[in-house]
Every structure is written in C-alpha cells, then in structure tokens.
Write a protein that binds this ligand. Structure first.
Ligand code: TRP
Length: 327
C-alpha cells in the first residue's frame, strides 16, 4: 500500500500540528510506502510572496526531516518539482462537473467570506486529486477538513476510468480521528487563527517563555488544584511518561505546587523531546545543500512514478505518442 500526504508550506509547524498531524503521518511510514510532498502549487492560491514561499518550503521540508522522516525509506519532495501533475489536473478537469467543485466546502467558505476568489481556489480539488492519482496512492491520511477533497479525488478517478477504461487507482481517505484536542496558550484548540500556538522549532528560551504564558486559574501555592481541568497539565500529557504524569498529578492535588512549577515541568518535558529535532532542523537550514540533495532525490523518484502514470493516462485519452515513438 502506498500512502501520500501533502503539506502546504504556509507556516512553520506548531505543537498542535506536531501532535495532531506530523507524528501520526510519520508513523504511517512504519507500515506503508510513504510519499510526503510540500504542496507549493496549492500554497500559491493564497501565498503570493516569493521570499516567504521559498522560506516556508525549506522550513517545512527541514521540519519533517528533523522530526524523523527518513528520506531513504520514504520519499520527500516538492510538488512543483513534478510539473506532470499539472497535465493530469487538466485531464481530470475535463471529466469533472463544475457542480462538484461548487459544492466544495473550502470554496463555499471562501465565498461566504466574500473573498475575491481566484480560479486556483476553485480548481484546488482537481489539483489535489491529480496529486493523489498521479502517484497511484492507495491511502491518503488527512484531517477531517480534507475528507471531502479525497472523496472528490475518488469521484474523479472513477469518472475517468468509466470513460477511458481502468487507468487510475481509486484511493481511500484515512481520516485522522482527533486523538484529543491539543490546547493552545488560552486553552482553546491550538490554532494559528486563534493566535495561541507554541512553535515546534524555536529557541529553548522562547519555548520557556511561551510555556509560561499558558493561562491557568489564579489558585495560590497552597491550594489544591485539579490537573484534569488545567491547560498546563493537558499539554504535559503529550510529553511526559505515565509515571511522570502520575507524579505531577499527585503534586497538583497536594498543597505546595504553584503553576510556575507545573509550567517548569512541562517546559522540561517538551525540551527533552524537542531539543534534538531543533538541532537537526537548524543544521538542515544552515546547510541548504543537504536539504536540496534530499529534495532532488525525492523529486526524481516521484517523477518516475508520475511519468509512468501519465503515459497510461495519455494513451487512455487517445493522445498520440508521437515523441515517444520518434525516440
Ligand atoms: N489540501 C491539503 C491541506 O490543505 C494539502 C494537500 C495538497 C494534500 N495535496 C494533497 C493532502 C494531496 C493530501 C493529498 O492540508
């Protein structure tokens, strides 16, 4: 089975992304042949700043590598390094009804916000289907918000196959059940739009500062506290061993623990997990050659698959193989 995930390079990852998306996606590589790509074509629907595009593309690639993506076992590449995907986008566009795209949640949400919507936003699901189908992906791990897009990719594969014969692999979405909501600094779900995130890759000093900003109630040192309703403890669960959690929970329930102590314990647990990836991340960004080599190697492997699929697709459509026979 081949699993494929796309990540838009619109921002550096935060702890909510790490626990909710990156770590689960990386675990898939233990069981499946895994392809991970940085969806720069998709980011272009909203990100119109070359400097930031370059920066975020490198940051996202370095993040995944630093967090454990093994580029020898899995394939990491940049979407636009395989421009064949644009050709498949066209073929799929020609078997897709406008009505299907008009029903896309993301498009409707953009309309509701009265945004000035570009054609890229409207055809986004077609490009995403091409991403999935060009690599003959079987499994597409996504969050709930992307489920409809994967279902559309299935519809497009089925429509194409119905017209042109069995050509494209019909993929399955693999919907991530939210393990648990990962709280941000204010206790709401951690999200960039709530401005309550903790970055994965920041200095140890910055990390400590963020942790100290987590909101708590105002109970004093000698009042007993409830770990189950505390934002600090909620995050601690993701970073500490069961023994450490039991120990800190017991300290909450007895006098003598201030929230500053709990925050320090959380900071130390996070630091223990993030210090080594941070070092690797910094190294990858300061040695762009290594990163480039990995991405080049990934692009070559991805392109090989894409070209095979496109050969089948072109033939199925009845396009003449003029140049191929001339060679
Ligand atoms: N649309 C996805 C997101 O916003 C990113 C993405 C692009 C993707 N192409 C994909 C995800 C193909 C899975 C498969 O998160």
């Amino acid at each position: 089975m081949r699993a494929l995930t796309g990540i838009k390079p619109t921002d550096a990852p935060h702890i909510g992304n790490l626990l909710g998306m990156i770590e689960p996606a990386l675990r898939l590589a233990e069981q499946h042949e895994s392809y991970y790509f940085i969806a720069d074509y998709h980011a272009l629907t909203t990100l119109h700043d070359a400097k930031r595009m370059r920066q975020h593309t490198r940051e996202v690639a370095a993040s995944w590598l630093a967090l454990g993506l093994d580029p020898k076992k899995s394939c990491l590449f940049v979407q636009s390094d395989v421009p064949e995907v644009q050709e498949l986008t066209w073929m799929l566009a020609c078997v897709t009804g406008v009505g299907l795209l008009e029903r896309a949640h993301a498009y409707k949400a953009a309309q509701d916000r009265n945004q000035d919507i570009n054609v890229g936003v409207f055809t986004y699901p077609v490009l995403m289907a091409a991403d999935i189908l060009i690599y003959d992906s079987n499994l597409v791990p996504v969050g709930k918000d992307q489920k409809q897009h994967v279902e559309m990719a299935r519809d497009m594969a089925i429509s194409f196959n119905a017209r042109f014969g069995p050509t494209l692999v019909v993929p399955e979405p693999l919907i991530r059940e939210d393990v648990a909501t990962i709280p941000g600094l204010d206790g709401q779900k951690m999200s960039k739009s709530y401005n309550n995130t903790i970055p994965v890759f920041c200095s140890s000093k910055e990390l400590r500062k963020k942790v100290m900003q987590i909101q708590t109630d105002s109970k004093g040192m000698d009042e007993v506290k409830d770990p189950d309703t505390c934002n600090v403890f909620a995050l601690y669960r993701f970073f500490a061993s069961p023994e450490q959690q039991a120990e800190l929970a017991a300290r909450y329930r007895a006098p003598g623990l201030g929230y500053g102590h709990a925050k320090q314990a959380l900071f130390e647990a996070m630091e223990a997990r993030l210090a080594a990836p941070r070092e690797r991340y910094e190294a990858l960004l300061t040695r762009p050659e290594e990163l480039e080599e990995i991405l080049q190697d990934g692009a070559v492997r991805a392109q090989h698959l894409a070209r095979n699929t496109m050969q089948r697709v072109r033939e199925a459509c009845g396009f003449l193989p003029t140049l191929r026979t001339a060679r």
